[in-house]
Every structure is written in C-alpha cells, then in structure tokens.
Design a protein around this ligand. Sequence first.
Ligand code: LHQ
Length: 267
Amino acid sequence: MADTLELETVEYVVTDAVASIALNRPEKYNAFNMQVHQDLTKALKHAERDRSVRAVLLTGRGRGFCAGQDLTEFSMSRADPDFRVDEHVRRTFNRIIHTIRGLELPVIAAINGVAAGAGWSLALAADIRIASDGASFTQAFSKIGLIPDTGSTWFLPELIGTSRTLQLMFTGDAIDAKTALEWGLVNEIVAADVLDEHAHAYAARLAAMPTRALGLTKRAVYRATTVGLDDALEYEAQLQQHAAATSDHVEGVTAFLEKRAAEFTGR
Ligand code: LHQ
C-alpha cells in the first residue's frame, strides 16, 4: 500500500511502521471543515487497512493542534433548513472517534498547540497523549452555547472525575500543558521543538512491539471501563487465546529463553 496519501488538508506518511497523520489547515488552527473530516477519515481508514502500519501518530501543523468544528463553515451549513446537527455529528465527528478507538493499534496524539472543543476530544480519543510545553486545552463548547461532544462527556470524567470535568465544561477556561499533566490528561510534556521527533520515536517504539497483543490490550482496557470484574476476567481469557496464537508471542518467549532481544513482526 502507498506510504503517502495525497490529501488536501491532512498529511499522511508512513515511516518505521508509524502512520503519521497531521492535520494541515494551520491558518484555521486545523479546525474541522468537511474536507478535514473526509481527509482524516480517509487517512485513518488507510492506516487501518495497511498491514505494515503498526502505530498511528496524530498531530497538527502550525500553532494549533485542532480548534474543533470550523465555525465559519458551520454557520453556513445552518443556513440550510434541512441541516441537522445530530446527523452532522454522527456522520463526521462520531465516525472519527469510533475509528480511532476501534483501531487495534496504539494511537499517539502529539499535541503541538491549542486543542479546543472537538479538537480536544480528538486528542482524548488517542491512547497516549504527548503535549508540547506550549499546548493548551479548552472545552470551548459552553462559550458558543453548545454541549461538549465528540466523546468529551465520556473521556473527561473517565480521566479526571466529574467535578473537574464540569469545571472545564461550564467555564470553558483553558488549562496549560503543565496542569494537563498534573491532572493526568496528558502522559508527558516535551519542549515544542522536539515534539515531532520525540513523539515519532515513541510511536516507533510501540510499532516495534507485538502489534496484535497491543491491539487486543487496547480492546480489553477500553471495554473493561464499561463492565464488571467477572466480565473483564472472562474477556481477558478470550483475548489471551488470540494473543497466544501469534508468532510474536512465540518469538517473545523464545527470545526470553535464549536471552536475546526479541524481533517482533506484528504477526
Ligand atoms: C477558527 C476556529 C474555528 C473557524 C480558530 N473555526 N476558525 C460539533 C457539532 C456541531 C456544531 C459545532 O461544533 C461541534 C464541535 C465543536 O468543536 S464546537 C467548538 C468549536 N470550537 C470553538 O469554539 C473554538 C473557537 N476558537 C477559539 O476559541 C480560539 O480561536 C482558540 C482558543 C482555539 C485559539 O485562540 P487564539 O490563540 O487567540 O487564536 P485566534 O482566536 O486568533 O484564532 C486563530 C485563527 O483561527 C483565527 O482566524 P483569523 O483569520 O482571524 O486569523 C480564528 O478565527 C481561526 N479559528 N478556531 N473553530
């Protein structure tokens, strides 16, 4: 499959088994217009189908990570009497969130700048978040009379509890990268000038690991947040059956017993 894709608003390139997907509408802080929705969906689906891709890195070009819905385009869409917000959300934002969470690959967000509204939700859908020291985060929705969507009402309480979630959602106040780290909203902070390199190296490290086992781990962990212990235990047993059937598992055990570094292939 192609290692690059020609898309209008999203860069897509595969190196070291990492699909790097960068939102590229810097003049609008990478806000989601319909073109971004289409391009990001295409990029994610391409990564999902490409068996050589073993991790996904999501970032933004310019000063913003993503400013959420493009409000200029949204205002124009509202002029159409047949336009329905719920259908728009289902067809665009929700589809992207489902795709990211359904990807049985580690997804790392490198948050290079402001993440606002659905742009923050997008970062929250990733499995690992690495922020630049200049990143900031705002729920933004209340400031335009909307409720948080694109998964924020589910992601945020999960990570920081209901009280801080509602604080952020009611006020729309921005928090900086340091606060995000203290609250557990990002995994680490790095200097802005090394973010790309650091996040890519992190993604490449995960891409060299037993891909199937990591994918099944992701599935089990997210599912466990919605079920009881008995159910989680049973599901782990079922998925372990699949993980144990991979050649990466055989290689991992063999390498351990032979006291050498394992060479995983993702199979
Ligand atoms: C933008 C945007 C933007 C267009 C910056 N649109 N141009 C779901 C379903 C249905 C409906 C609606 O939405 C949703 C989900 C959502 O995401 S709702 C939330 C939508 N997002 C926002 O409300 C955030 C709006 N933006 C901001 O609050 C600020 O721009 C942030 C905090 C992101 C950045 O602030 P500053 O650093 O002060 O930058 P700026 O405001 O000067 O923005 C830079 C440029 O980007 C500027 O363009 P210009 O041509 O004047 O230089 C902005 O107009 C443009 N921009 N966000 N969402």
